[in-house]
Write a protein that binds this ligand. Structure first.
Ligand code: ZN
Length: 319
């Protein structure tokens, strides 16, 4: 049996430099090999599953011999009805992979010489493909949980006499959100957005297997988890790690998300916080995976992800 394309040496060593040297035809062949790996790159009709198709080379589309439906290499995927050449999409993914602290749409638009809004939607489609590719199984083993606030920053007044205590409810902007992270030791990081960290308790129950051991800090709302799980608590005012209890891996994830916030996006709050958190969770979990392999993972995820309900025609609707 032939090897799956994503496991081949060609996929593992894909890089931005190689993509930029590719012709658009070569880029299409790469997409085909990844999308239709089981037929060694031969197109499969998404409508009827027929594996025989005419190729209409001038329009870069296929016509199914079974049902006569016309489709392209990206039809039915998150990059359906794309306006950019395939090679630019591959380049966008390669650039995105290289950004360990995330990648801003502004930089991407400069790199690819496309409009900001094109880069913005493309980056969000990549994030959505990543999110779609992640497993939904219950988390097991040792699972660290923690929450951190993002957004809703209230700038202190210039003069001291005008300043208010920003910890009080009235002084807050109402835009502050919590990222709740659950992280398996040596495993997957899963994130959710809530208004308060307390709401994370129910999410832990829904996402963590009963046999798991849960590590959490001293915040009292986590107390109820001990009725359901074997729990280990760490009081951060005393130590960061004591008797095997710690949430240091959850903290490392948050520091990565903070670096993306301060270093790249400057503002990750609001309605896209969930997408940024999931992206950084993926980057954290795959940090030891070679770049070329990460690239292949994202192209594969994009080819497997369905047409985006959120991002398809986004600017046409927004305009
Ligand atoms: Zn068909």
């Amino acid at each position: 049996m032939s090897q799956h394309f994503l496991l081949s040496a060609a996929a593992r060593t894909l890089s931005l430099a190689k993509v930029m040297r590719m012709s658009d035809a070569a880029a299409r062949e790469t997409f085909k090999a990844i999308r239709w790996a089981s037929t060694e790159g031969e197109p499969v009709c998404a409508k009827c599953g027929c594996v025989e198709a005419y190729e209409i080379a001038t329009r870069q589309i296929f016509k199914c011999k079974g049902c006569l439906a016309q489709f392209s290499v990206t039809s039915g995927t998150i990059f359906a009805s794309r306006k950019l050449p395939i090679r630019d999409i591959l380049a966008a993914i390669a650039i995105f992979v290289n950004g360990a602290k995330g990648y801003s749409a502004l930089q991407l638009s400069r790199d690819l010489d496309v409009q900001y809004k094109t880069a913005f939607v493309m980056a969000h489609k990549i994030r959505e493909a990543i999110a779609t590719s992640r497993e939904a199984d219950l988390l097991t083993g040792i699972v660290e949980i923690d929450g951190a606030y993002f957004g809703g920053y209230v700038k202190p007044a210039n003069q001291r006499k005008d300043r208010v205590d920003r910890r009080t409810l009235n002084a807050q902007s109402g835009k502050r959100q919590v990222v709740v992270a659950m992280r398996e030791r040596e495993g997957e990081t899963r994130t959710f957005i809530t208004k308060t960290e307390r709401e994370g308790v129910a999410l832990v129950a829904a996402n963590v297997h009963r046999d798991a051991t849960v590590h959490a800090d001293e915040a009292t709302h986590w107390d109820t988890l001990s009725a359901r799980y074997l729990t280990k608590r760490i009081n951060h005012s005393q130590a960061y790690s004591l008797d095997g209890a710690c949430t240091n891996q959850a903290e490392s994830f948050f520091s990565r998300l903070r670096r993306a916030e301060f270093g790249t996006h400057h503002h990750v709050a609001g309605k896209y916080l969930s997408a940024y958190a999931a992206e950084m969770a993926w980057r954290e979990d795959n940090r030891r995976v070679a770049n070329g392999e990460q690239f292949g993972m994202i192209v594969g995820a994009a080819m497997a992800a369905p047409v985006s309900r959120q991002w398809k025609g986004y600017w046409q609707r927004a305009a």
